[in-house]
Ligand binder design. Structure first.
Ligand SMILES: [Fe+2]
Length: 185
């Protein structure tokens, strides 16, 4: 019988994979098009999330891996809460309701999967690294959709006042969750 997480994955569709070169090209293009501060900040946070995944993968022992996993989960949650509080609602207002729904569903799944990862007791096991890889792939896919499709479109459609609102509100929500922790140098 399918788990809730498997049903959610089925609902949002298969996750295609992209190689590093394709992802780098998409991010470079997004950086060129990001004129609003909220979009630039999110790109910085996406890079911080990728670095946090890498750090968990490279951990040399279970204690270190558990600590880095907690840091990754905190960063993912802070980032996703801020997007869900202001960015996705504006996607809906700007006639991208299906994109907003899709983005919410993917982030809900990532939260469920991070708890499933946390439940794996042996942090150095194959089961753990497979689950971590699965989540990493899904998060990379989600970030590509945002960087290539959702956010350039939103930035373009939003008025200057709406872009300023998203910048301020995203920063407020993110820092409220992170309690002033610096995650991006
Ligand atoms: Fe994101």
């Amino acid at each position: 019988m399918a788990t809730f997480a498997e049903k959610a994955q089925e609902m949002i569709g298969m996750t295609p994979t992209y190689d590093d070169h394709q992802r780098a090209a998409i991010r470079a293009e997004a950086k060129r098009h990001a004129t609003s501060t909220w979009f630039k900040t999110i790109l910085d946070h996406h890079e911080a999330i990728e670095a946090a995944f890498q750090a968990v993968k490279e951990a040399s022992n279970a204690t270190q891996r558990a600590r880095l996993q907690t840091e990754l989960a905190g960063l993912l949650t802070g980032h996703s809460i801020a997007e869900e509080a202001i960015i996705y609602p504006f996607m809906k207002l700007e006639d991208s309701a299906s994109d907003a729904k899709h983005a919410y569903a993917e982030q809900a799944l990532a939260k469920m999967q991070m708890v499933a990862l946390d439940q794996i007791k042996d942090k150095m096991s194959e089961e753990y690294t497979n689950k971590l890889e699965e989540i990493h792939d899904a998060v990379l896919h989600h970030m590509i959709e945002e960087e290539r499709d959702f956010f350039p479109k939103l930035q373009e459609k939003a008025t200057p006042a709406q872009n300023r609102k998203m910048t301020q509100h995203y920063a407020d929500e993110f820092s409220r969750y992170m309690k002033g922790e610096a995650v991006v140098a």
